[in-house]
Design a protein around this ligand. Structure first.
Ligand code: PMP
Ligand code: GLU
Length: 402
């Protein structure tokens, strides 16, 4: 026994560490060692958390608001969340229908634990955010990947849904704007989801974490606007990580049918108890306070998006769907697969990202991490100078492949 490791739980064979966080850690470590790294990997705003939000956190500490809070979150934050949804969308929720979690990722974990188990299938439009399949697997359920096509601008179609839905389908995860594609689901796509969800009693999980970052003048279509009758079957997942540049504070929230939120609270009471008391006070300042910060941040992304898209699509062999939201571009780089450097052949997106990191000191996330190996994700939540330098390096790196 002495030289044998203790065995881990069977479920550990099903999951890997988050690839986005892993690339970010590698890029940061290389930078710390002095490498001139451009980090286009992890998805987090490059802005500091707004001053008034930080002040609210500091005040919470000064007032020693440092004890356990109510499991679902402090009442004033839940009140502010439902108020914000009412103001922004006209959707009515009671504060008891809101749960505050340790980030949106943890909110989804609670949702999955409350709703899904062995034998259940959950539809995941693909390319997907890296944590969806593992979170479904950790609940003992089966992720069913529904491929979205570049030629359809990564929109869902009724045909696609029908092809992957079975009698075991229990729910679907929508993410619009999407990480990694930046695509926004059309009203037609959401109508198809609504109709199938109604007919088959599915739960719709609407991950709206990027809903403040939408480009163009069209309002963001939402499942609850498309079919308000679906409210008893829908859970909204959101948070302040992206909208208020608060990724490190770890505050997310979910809104949904009371019995599901109550079940999620049971899980939270037996796992994390509550999210940080101090971070909840900061999130309260974000949600209840002025809303100009997310709008300002969005505006700052527009020229960066225009630039990176223009550059990428001017490079030989690259195609890239124009994102309608979020801060990612997801170019198709498969034209370069099969080419070589230093005697190594680039077989797919993992090799391409490795090449860019090794030779050009650019951190990106391989599309394989999102279930789409032809692509590579670049976050453009970086300065314009970094993006300009990055595109120069990319052009050169691609030219050097033989
Ligand atoms: N959903 C999506 C699509 C995301 O990209 C993220 C980013 N991490 C999250 C949820 C969760 O964010 P967080 O846990 O930082 O609130
Ligand atoms: N959602 C971000 C990303 O995709 C943050 C990292 C993570 O939570 O996976 O990069």
């Amino acid at each position: 026994m002495a030289d044998q490791l203790l065995p881990l739980a069977e479920r550990m064979s099903q999951i890997k560490p988050s690839p986005t966080l892993a690339v970010n850690a590698k890029a940061k470590a290389m930078k710390a060692e002095g490498a001139d790294i451009l980090n286009f990997s992890v998805g987090e705003p490059d802005f500091p958390t707004p001053e008034h939000v930080c002040e609210a956190g500091i005040q919470a500490i000064n007032e020693r608001f440092t004890r356990y809070t109510a499991v679902p979150g402090i009442p004033e934050l839940r009140e502010a969340i439902v108020q914000r949804f009412k103001e922004d969308h006209g959707w009515e929720y009671a504060p008891e229908q809101a749960q505050v979690s340790c980030g949106g990722k943890h909110g989804l974990y609670n949702i999955a634990q409350a709703l899904f188990g062995p034998g259940d299938e959950v539809l995941i439009p693909t390319p997907y955010w890296v944590s969806y399949p593992p979170i479904i697997l950790l609940a003992g359920a089966t992720p069913v990947l529904v491929p979205l096509e570049e030629k359809d601008d990564f929109d869902l179609t009724a045909e696609n849904l029908a092809k992957y839905a079975t009698s075991k389908t229990k729910g679907i995860i929508l993410n619009s704007p999407s990480n990694p594609t930046g695509a926004v689901f059309s009203t037609t796509a959401l109508q198809a989801v609504a109709s199938m969800a109604k007919d088959n009693g599915w739960v719709v999980i609407s991950d709206d974490i990027y809903d403040t970052i939408v480009y163009g003048d069209e309002p963001l279509p939402h499942i609850l606007d498309v079919d308000p009758g679906l409210k008893e079957q829908t859970i909204i997942l959101n948070g302040v990580s992206k909208s208020f540049a608060m990724t490190g504070w770890r505050i997310g929230y979910s809104l949904g049918p009371q019995h599901i939120i109550t079940a999620m609270n049971k899980i939270q009471s037996q796992s994390t108890s509550n999210s940080s008391s101090v971070a909840q006070k900061a999130a309260l300042a974000a949600v209840a306070g002025p809303q100009d910060f997310p709008a300002m941040m969005k505006e700052s992304f527009v020229p960066r998006l225009d630039y990176i898209l223009k550059e990428l699509t001017s490079m030989e062999g690259i195609t890239c769907v124009k994102p309608n939201g979020a801060f990612y571009v997801f170019p198709n780089m498969s034209a370069y697969f099969g080419r070589s450097y230093d005697g190594k052949t680039i077989e797919g997106s993992v090799d391409m990202s490795a090449y860019l990191l090794e030779k050009s000191f650019m951190a990106t996330v391989p599309g394989a991490a999102f279930g789409a190996d032809d692509f590579v994700r670049f976050s453009f939540a970086a300065s314009m100078e970094e993006i300009q330098e990055g595109m120069k390096r990319l052009r050169k790196a691609l030219e050097q492949l033989s």
